[in-house]
Design a protein around this ligand. Structure first.
Ligand code: GDP
Length: 665
C-alpha cells in the first residue's frame, strides 16, 4: 500500500509538519515522526481534522493531483527526520545547546536569525523554544523543571571530622542587597582590582566564584549577587555561604530587597557585614542607613551592636580594603575550619559549556583537598578531574577547602547547587552518578505527589515536638505588614511561639517559597497572591500559601495553627482555560477538541465548562485527554492537546473550556 510522508503532506497543505503529526496521532494513527507515512485514507482523515468542513474539499482537490505524481507503491517509510524531545520550560539557550550537543553561541546566533534576541543564560518562552527547535527538526515536549525537587531525591551527604583534624579555611561570601545598590559593581571592583592576575592577565569577566588573597586563607566570593541563588541553594540543603555582605546604597536607604536579604541571612544563621555603598555621592548619608537598619535587627558596632559596617564606594574603590579586612576578621571570629587531609566534597556553583573544554563547572571545595585525577560525582554527573583552573585561568594540581575552582572532565553538565563528592575510583563515581540518574528518572516517571508539610507541622505541634510556628508574611502595604506582624506574634501562647521569618510588601514570589522550604514556614499573603512560579514551586514542595483579604480570618487561622489545628482548606475554582482550535472525530470518545491550554492546566476527570461567546453551554467532565498519541493525566499551559468531554459532541472551533479543580484557599 502506498504511503505518503508527513512532511510531504504538510508541505502540500502549507502547514507545519508538527500539526499533521499531532492530528494523525490524535486520530490514533501509529506515527512517530515527520518521516512516518500515512495511507490515502489516513491522509484524508488528517486533512479533515486540520481543515474541517468545506475548506477541506479545496485543499484535497489541489493536492490529489500532486500526490499522484509523487506516489510510489510500497514506499519504505524511513523514520526519523523530526524527533520529539523533552525540554524543561524556561530553558536557556545554553540548556538548549546542551540538549542539541552544540555550542551555546550558535543557538544564540540562530535565535537572532529568527528575530529572538536572548543571552546565553536567559530563560526562553515556550513559543521561543518551539521556534528554535523547529529549526533543528525537533518538536519540544515542554515539561516543568524538576530541579526544585532534587533535594527530595538526591540527598546531601554529611561528613564528620575529628576536631584535631580541623584547620582554618577561607570564608565563602555572597553579596546581597537591593537592586541598583551596587552589588555587581562591588563584585566587579574586587575581581578586577584585588585578585592577583594569573597567566591570562586580569579578569574582567564574571567567573562563577573567585578568591582574594588576604590574610592566612584568602576570601572566596560567589560572583553572582542577590539572594535568589543563595536561597535556592539553601532550599536544596547546600549551606555554601559563610558570610553575607549586605550592600546598602548610602543615597537611598533600606529597601524591600535589603529586608529580604536580612531575613534570608538570619534564617540561614549566616553573619552579615554591611557595606554602605556609594559613599562618594554628595547626598550619601551612612548614619541614616545605620539607624534604619536597627529597625530590622541589624545594629552596627558604633550603635552598640555587634554588626560590622564599612563605608565604601564600589566605583572609586574607597573602603574596599577595609571591607576585605573586616570580612577576614569576621571569618576568624566564626572559626571556619575544615579537614584538609581527606577526600574533597563541596558544591557546584555554576556549570557551562566552553569551546575546547566541554562541560566546565565552577565548584567550591568545602572539605578535603581536591586533586587532579580525582574521581567524583555530583547528582547524575560524573567527573574524572582532567584539569583544574582557578579564576585567573592558572592550572592547579590541588585545591584546598574554601577555594573555588573550575573543573574539567565531566561526562555531562552538573547542576548548580548539587553537592560533589570525591570517591575512591572511577567505578564508584560512575555507579553513584548512575544511581542518581535512575532515581531522577523514576521520580520523573512516577506521579509523585508531595504531602502538605502543614499537616506534618500541625501533628508535631499537637504532640509538643514543635514549639515554633514559622511564618513568611507578604502584604500589600507597609502598614498591613506591620499590623499583621504585631497581630500574629501576639497569638503565641506559653507553649508555642510565632516567628516571623520574613515580612515584606509585595506578592508571594519564588524566593519566598525557597525561604519557606529552607525554614519550614507557612506563607501568608494579605491582599496579595502568589505568582504562577511561586504557586507551582509551592505545590511541588508541599508548602502552604494562605491568602486572605479579611484580617480576622487570617488571625483565626493562625490561632488554630498555634494549637496545631490548622487544616488544608480547598474550594472549587478555575484551574485552567483551553481554547478549541479544531475538532475531529475519534473512536470511543466521539468528538475531540484539538485545543491549546491558554492558562493553568487541564486534568483528566476534571470538571469542565464549555463556553461559547462567554456563555456556558455545557457542563461535564474531561473523559479523555491526549498529548500526541499518548493518554495523559495533565497538560500544562502553552501545550496542545486533544480533549473529549463526557456525552457532548457539539464542540466548535473557537469555543473555550474552563477547567475546574480543588484548590487550596
Ligand atoms: P546592583 O543592581 O546592586 O548589582 O547594582 P549595580 O552594581 O548594577 O549598580 C547600579 C548603579 O549604581 C550603576 O549605575 C553603578 O554605576 C552605580 N554605582 C554602583 N556603585 C556605586 C558607587 O559606589 N558610587 C556611585 N556613584 N555609583 C555607584
Amino acid at each position: 500500500m502506498s504511503k505518503k510522508r508527513i512532511h510531504q503532506i504538510a508541505k502540500e497543505l502549507d502547514v507545519a509538519s508538527a500539526d499533521v503529526l499531532f492530528h494523525a496521532q490524535e486520530l490514533g494513527i501509529e506515527v512517530k515522526t515527520a518521516s512516518s507515512g500515512l495511507t490515502e485514507e489516513e491522509e484524508e482523515l488528517v486533512k479533515l481534522a486540520i481543515f474541517p468542513e468545506e475548506e477541506v474539499e479545496e485543499s484535497v482537490v489541489e493536492t490529489v493531483t500532486e500526490v499522484e505524481t509523487l506516489e510510489n507503491e510500497n514506499v519504505e517509510v524511513q523514520e526519523s527526520n523530526i524527533e520529539i524531545v523533552e525540554v524543561v520550560r524556561n530553558s536557556s539557550p545554553s540548556k538548549i545547546a546542551s540538549i542539541l550537543n552544540m555550542d551555546s553561541t550558535q543557538v544564540v546566533a540562530d535565535l537572532m536569525g529568527i528575530g529572538i534576541m536572548k543571552g546565553i543564560d536567559s530563560p526562553l518562552e515556550d513559543t521561543e523554544i518551539e521556534k528554535i527547535l523547529e529549526k533543528y527538526n525537533l518538536i519540544p515536549e515542554l515539561i516543568d523543571a524538576v530541579v526544585v525537587q532534587r533535594e527530595n531525591i538526591i540527598e546531601i551527604e554529611n561528613f564528620e571530622d575529628n576536631i584535631e583534624d580541623l584547620q582554618v579555611r577561607a570564608p565563602i561570601i555572597t553579596v546581597m542587597g537591593h537592586v541598583d545598590h551596587g552589588k555587581t559593581s562591588l563584585l566587579d571592583y574586587i575581581r578586577n582590582e584585588k585578585v592577583a592576575a594569573g597567566e591570562a592577565g586580569g579578569i574582567t569577566q564574571h567567573v562563577g566564584a573567585y578568591k582574594v588573597e588576604i590574610g592566612e586563607t584568602g576570601i572566596t566570593f560567589i560572583d553572582t549577587p542577590g539572594h535568589e541563588a543563595f536561597t535556592h541553594m539553601r532550599a536544596r540543603g547546600a549551606n555554601v555561604t559563610d558570610i553575607v555582605v549586605l550592600v546598602v546604597a548610602a543615597d537611598d536607604g533600606v529597601m524591600p530587597q535589603t529586608i529580604e536579604a536580612i531575613n534570608h541571612s538570619k534564617a540561614a544563621n549566616v553573619p552579615i557585614v554591611v557595606a554602605i555603598n556609594k559613599c562618594d555621592l554628595p547626598d550619601a548619608n551612612p548614619t541614616k542607613i545605620k539607624a534604619d537598619l536597627t529597625k530590622y535587627g541589624i545594629v552596627t558596632e558604633d550603635l552598640g551592636g555587634d554588626v560590622q559596617a564599612v563605608e565604601v564606594s564600589a566605583i572609586k574603590g574607597t573602603g574596599v580594603d577595609d571591607l576585605l579586612e573586616t570580612l577576614a576578621l569576621v571569618a576568624e571570629i566564626e572559626e571556619l575550619k575544615a579537614n584538609y587531609k581527606t577526600e574533597a566534597s563541596g558544591y557546584i556553583v555554576e556549570s557551562r559549556m566552553e569551546v575546547g573544554r566541554g562541560n566546565v563547572a565552577t565548584v567550591i571545595v568545602k572539605r578535603g583537598t581536591l586533586k587532579q585525577g580525582d574521581f567524583l560525582y555530583a547528582g547524575q554527573a560524573f567527573c574524572r578531574v582532567k584539569s583544574m583552573f582557578d579564576h585567573t585561568n592558572s592550572q592547579k594540581k590541588t585545591v584546598e577547602p574554601g577555594s573555588p575552582i573550575d573543573l574539567i572532565g565531566w561526562d555531562e553538565s552538573p547542576i548548580a547547587g548539587d553537592q560533589f563528592v570525591v570517591v575512591k575510583n572511577q567505578k564508584e563515581a560512575k555507579a553513584k552518578a548512575e544511581e542518581n540518574k535512575t532515581k531522577l528518572k523514576d521520580f520523573d516517571n512516577s506521579s509523585f505527589s508531595v504531602e502538605s508539610r502543614m499537616s506534618d507541622m500541625m501533628k508535631l505541634l499537637q504532640e509538643g515536638e514543635l514549639t515554633t510556628v514559622n511564618v513568611i508574611l507578604k502584604a500589600d502595604t507597609n502598614g498591613t505588614v506591620e499590623a499583621i506582624k504585631d497581630g500574629i506574634t501576639k497569638l503565641a501562647n506559653d507553649d508555642v511561639k510565632i516567628q516571623v521569618v520574613h515580612a515584606a510588601v509585595g506578592g508571594v514570589v519564588l524566593s519566598d517559597v525557597d525561604l519557606a522550604s529552607a525554614t519550614n514556614s507557612l506563607i501568608i499573603g494579605f491582599n496579595v497572591r502568589p505568582d504562577s512560579q511561586a504557586r507551582n514551586m509551592a505545590q511541588s514542595k508541599g508548602i502552604d500559601i494562605r491568602t486572605y483579604n479579611i484580617i480576622y480570618e487570617l488571625l483565626d487561622d493562625i490561632s488554630e495553627a498555634v494549637l496545631g489545628q490548622m487544616t488544608v482548606k480547598t474550594e472549587e475554582a478555575v484551574i485552567g482555560m483551553v481554547e478549541v482550535k479544531t475538532t475531529f472525530r475519534a473512536p470511543k470518545v466521539g468528538v475531540v477538541a484539538g485545543s491549546v491550554v491558554t492558562e493553568g492546566r487541564v486534568e483528566l476527570d476534571a470538571k469542565a465548562r464549555l463556553l461559547r461567546a462567554g456563555v456556558v453551554i455545557y457542563e461535564g467532565t474531561i473523559v479523555s485527554l491526549r498529548r500526541f498519541k499518548d493518554n495523559v493525566n495533565v497538560v500544562n499551559e502553552g501545550l496542545e492537546c486533544g480533549i473529549g468531554l463526557s456525552d457532548y459532541k457539539d464542540i466548535k472551533e473557537g469555543d473555550t473550556i474552563e477547567i475546574l479543580g480543588e484548590v487550596e484557599v
